[in-house]
Design a protein around this ligand. Structure first.
Ligand code: IMP
Ligand code: MG
Length: 183
């Protein structure tokens, strides 16, 4: 059974809240004059995006996109799938892509390319976390640089679990094969 507990907390609720507020202020200032189309990457980016969008005071619309790269493992499969595709509605929009974490950077890069191909006017990227080893890959807006560890909580999952934790840390349980299948 998954117990939803962590062996270590890296970022507590208040630390996250404060940083999300700062990011909102920074985005509002740097993208002044833009009419944004905010695209949370589901599933992981939805919690962060929901908090972040209320800290940005620019006019915006919301268009969630779905991407998956991890399968059920704790290391990237490297294959990005977009089960909903890219909606035509992105054409002509100033996109702000919002994801939970930048690991290899492949997810954001793939999405960015496909959105531009589909006619987006511009595509900026925002992630709450960035693993510090992913040196050459970055995003326009980054919340925290974190060590190269597998983390969960605040939208981030392990085989579908842990997303509802209000803080971020290292999971204390390993996932059994049957839990993986059920997630
Ligand atoms: P990338 O394409 O390698 O940058 O992977 C980004 C995606 O992998 C994110 O959207 C997450 O869903 C997932 N991911 C990467 N690192 C972690 C982690 O430490 N915990 C949970 N999910 C992760
Ligand atoms: Mg994930």
């Amino acid at each position: 059974m998954m117990n939803n507990t962590l062996s270590e907390i890296l970022l507590d609720q208040e630390t996250i809240r404060k940083r999300v507020r700062e990011l909102g202020v920074q985005i509002t200032r740097e993208l002044e004059g833009a009419q944004l189309c905010l695209c949370p990457l589901l599933d992981g980016g939805m919690i962060f995006a929901a908090d972040l969008m209320r800290e940005i005071t620019l006019p915006m619309t919301l268009l969630p996109l779905k991407a998956s790269s991890y399968g059920d493992n704790t290391s990237s499969s490297g294959i990005i799938t977009l089960p909903w595709g890219i909606p035509g509605a992105v054409a002509g929009k100033e996109i702000l892509l919002v994801d939970d974490i930048l690991d290899t950077g492949r997810t954001l890069q793939t999405l960015q390319e496909q959105l531009l191909e589909a006619g987006a006017l511009s595509v900026r990227t925002c992630v709450l976390l960035r693993k510090e080893y992913s040196k050459e890959k970055s995003a326009d807006f980054v919340g925290f640089e974190i060590p190269d560890k597998f983390v969960v909580g605040y939208g981030l999952d392990l085989a579908g679990f842990y997303r509802n934790l209000p803080h971020i840390g290292i999971p204390s349980t390993l996932v059994t094969e049957s839990e993986r299948k059920r997630a």
